[in-house]
Write a protein that binds this ligand. Sequence first.
Ligand code: SF4
Ligand code: SF4
Length: 153
Amino acid sequence: MPTFVYMTRCDGCGECVDICPSDIMHIDTTYRRAYNIEPNFCWECYSCVKACPQNAIDVRGYADFAPLGHSVRVLREEDKNTVSWKVKFRDGREKNFVSPIRTTQWGSIKSPADYDPPSAEDFKNQELAHEPDALHIESLPTLSTNNFKQGVV
Ligand code: SF4
Ligand code: SF4
């Protein structure tokens, strides 16, 4: 179900452009409004739908498996910390779901530039960059030879 933009609601802020993992949300240079340049490449991830402050992005089902008449709407409300889903079926049934926002606040994650550059010693250990700090643990779990003896008679 690729996305499309209601141009009358869009104000051209570019949030959808920044968040789209498929890089298919672009700003039209003439109208200064966003549009999906290649619906076939849409991941259907709904990131842009949730990120749009104007609720200007909607999704359209392919007619072969989701014939006209249904709709899926999603609303991200940061003040309530919720993402609300409204699914309407062609026969009029409606399902509503509310789930918590699980992503971290924009700008709350340290950038690589905030860490010290790696030393020559860092390249000799098994930890990846910024581990174990970034995992919020004191050290990575390790296996010792005793671990393999468990259960052996
Ligand atoms: Fe990009 Fe995902 Fe939006 Fe599709 S649903 S346009 S992949 S952000
Ligand atoms: Fe337009 Fe919404 Fe994209 Fe901003 S996030 S450019 S308002 S469609």
